[in-house]
Design a protein around this ligand. Structure first.
Ligand code: THU
Length: 136
């Protein structure tokens, strides 16, 4: 099995830039292209809550806007931000909107790596998270 430790570490690093003063929930994502390049992103919230963007879509839109359209894996690292500013690792599967956004560009066997509370990670695939996806 592929060792995705390097990708989850990238997601955790990207999480440091999370702008999440409203939810106090910080998320980082790292998207790996078929060519081996990495695009990272974090959640960026807004006082008008619905304007907020998830980490996964930040990474996806950065990559697509730079011409990338073929991806092999995405890693996601979530954490609760405590009152002293420290972070407590939380299991954070991608939300439904991000699953659909990923499905536009990623093959159904895209590996999805999700950081766990104990510092390890689980590996699943987009097709497991979004069966019967919508597409035109
Ligand atoms: N969030 C993500 O960035 N990715 C997810 O998959 C789930 C939720 C963000 C959105 C919001 O800024 C915060 O986490 C709490 O919902």
């Amino acid at each position: 099995m592929t060792d995705y430790g390097f990708l989850i570490e990238e997601a955790r690093k990207a999480r440091e830039y999370s702008y999440s003063p409203y939810s106090h929930f910080a998320v980082g994502a790292a998207l790996l292209t078929e060519g081996g390049k990495k695009y990272t992103g974090c959640n960026v919230e807004n006082s008008s809550y619905g304007v907020s963007n998830c980490a996964e879509r930040t990474a996806l839109f950065k990559a697509v806007s730079e011409g990338e359209k073929e991806f092999s894996a995405i890693a996601i690292a979530g954490a609760r931000v405590l009152s002293d500013g420290s972070k407590k690792e939380v299991f954070c599967p991608p939300c439904g909107v991000c699953r659909q956004a990923l499905s536009e560009f990623c093959k159904e066997d895209l590996s999805v790596i999700i950081g766990k509370e104990d510092g390890t990670y689980m590996v699943t695939a987009l097709k497991e998270l979004l069966p019967l996806k919508f597409g035109l």
